[in-house]
Ligand binder design. Sequence first.
Ligand SMILES: Cc1cc2nc3c(=O)[nH]c(=O)nc-3n(C[C@H](O)[C@H](O)[C@H](O)COP(=O)(O)OP(=O)(O)OC[C@H]3O[C@@H](n4cnc5c(N)ncnc54)[C@H](O)[C@@H]3O)c2cc1C
Length: 499
Amino acid sequence: MNDVYSFDYLIIGGGAAGCIVARRLAEELPHTRVALIEAGKSDENDPSATLLSRLDDQNDSYDWGYQAKTVRHLPHSLSYSRARMLGGCANHNDCAFIAPHPSDLDRWESLGARGWNSDTLADALSRVENRLYIEPSPRGNELSQAFIDGNIELGLPQREFRRSIESGTGWFPLNVRGDFRQSSSIAYLHPLEQIPENLSVFTEVSVQQLIFDEMTVIGVRTDNGIFKSQIETVLCAGAINTPQLLMLSGVGPVSHLNEIGISVVHELPGVGENLIDHVAANVCFELKSPAPPWALTPCESTSLIKVDSSSQTPDVLFHFVMRLREKYAGQKQFEGISHGVKLSPNVARPKSRGTVKLVSSDPTMAPEIDLNYLSDPEGYDRRILLGGLQFARRLTTTEALSPYLKREVLPGNDIQSDEALLDYIEQTCETVYHPCGTCAMGAENNPNAVVSPDLRVKGIHGLRIADASVFPDMVPVNICNTVMMVAERAVDVISGKEY
Ligand SMILES: Cc1cc2nc3c(=O)[nH]c(=O)nc-3n(C[C@H](O)[C@H](O)[C@H](O)COP(=O)(O)OP(=O)(O)OC[C@H]3O[C@@H](n4cnc5c(N)ncnc54)[C@H](O)[C@@H]3O)c2cc1C
């Protein structure tokens, strides 16, 4: 417990972003010493961590086991899976690997994230793609094909989704190699015994607090001793734990820190605010016979559609999932159904914003995650999800898909009017596990921005953030690809090559 370690750079959290930042920083700055500190276990030589067939299971030792509240005025909460292992949620996820539309990245720059645009991020993505294997989903599954054909029947073109998404339907590109994920730990760190000499990886070490010398971060306190940073500490603990760590260290909204009894080091009202997530609602069907076995994941095919006439690019992202699982405690609708499918539209650019807050100054206590879905005052998110559900129902009547379907389980035939559907959406909406924005990047003069475009935490020296929490706004696709781009570009910024 009294051990003290000293490095030039500390990277906190070895997830999708952290593994990239650590490896690439060690390569770019070979005369510095970099330490990556991860709370969970190593994933190396552990197929139970890295096999794509091990999809998230909150009961396993690789998960933080969080719960999140969905709609603020309802009592509902759902399992909010967050990986706790080297590789982070990139070892937990379904490996759908899609780059956002360039206009969405250009929007980041227009929101004050100077230098973060489709050109600079495309360059970063090229470097990610040089390290990762990316393959289209295997194309043999006739049910996934029927979903794609149904979309084509409704007028969508078939596309190869990789970069520059447009409306259309097709197979997900996957960051996989054989049966294994191509997470950033696997692509950037394995084998661990061959990482650069100036990089040290610590697993099963949980960071509890930042250590300050006045307004400069000089290290972190962990459950396994003190780690000092001679140059900088970079938080990569993800969109839930990065704001949690800042608040535990006295950086955040003053009224909340006072409420929890934490001494304020620096007021930053945006910490833990602005939580954005892709909110989904489902049309669930029982199948006439078991789904044909999928090759790698139950979610192989997708479509991107526009349901709002004012949208320039797709506003709904679909997941077609060839199994049914309950997400809410107490949910019982799927009992007795042995094979089913879920057509799951989500709001690609949600406008609602939630929060991450502390419940205690104890670093081992889970934070309170309030997704605050469907809360935007214009009702945009509700309108888009309603359009998505209506499109999903049309899909189920297509010549391609309908022969496989036995009966609608959810919402159910008695739920038809817009009002009834909106009520159903509110009661059952769920997550696609894409939290971001809780330490948003923005212009220096934006009081709600937590980091400036050089990723420095505003008002504090020696501290940056590089993970999903810095997204200035949501991207309209599965976000891991964008997280990895952010991490690659973060290295350019931190090492002084760019900005
Ligand atoms: C079930 C699931 C399915 C998903 N499917 C997809 C998909 O198919 N495609 C896609 O693009 N995206 C998907 N995502 C989202 C994507 O994986 C995440 O957005 C991405 O991994 C976030 O990267 P990150 O680096 O910000 O955080 P993470 O990858 O979560 O990494 C954070 C790391 O920090 C560690 N950490 C946290 N606190 C501490 C601490 N106090 N001390 C030390 N370490 C700490 C954590 O253990 C973790 O390893 C999915 C996510 C989940 C959970």
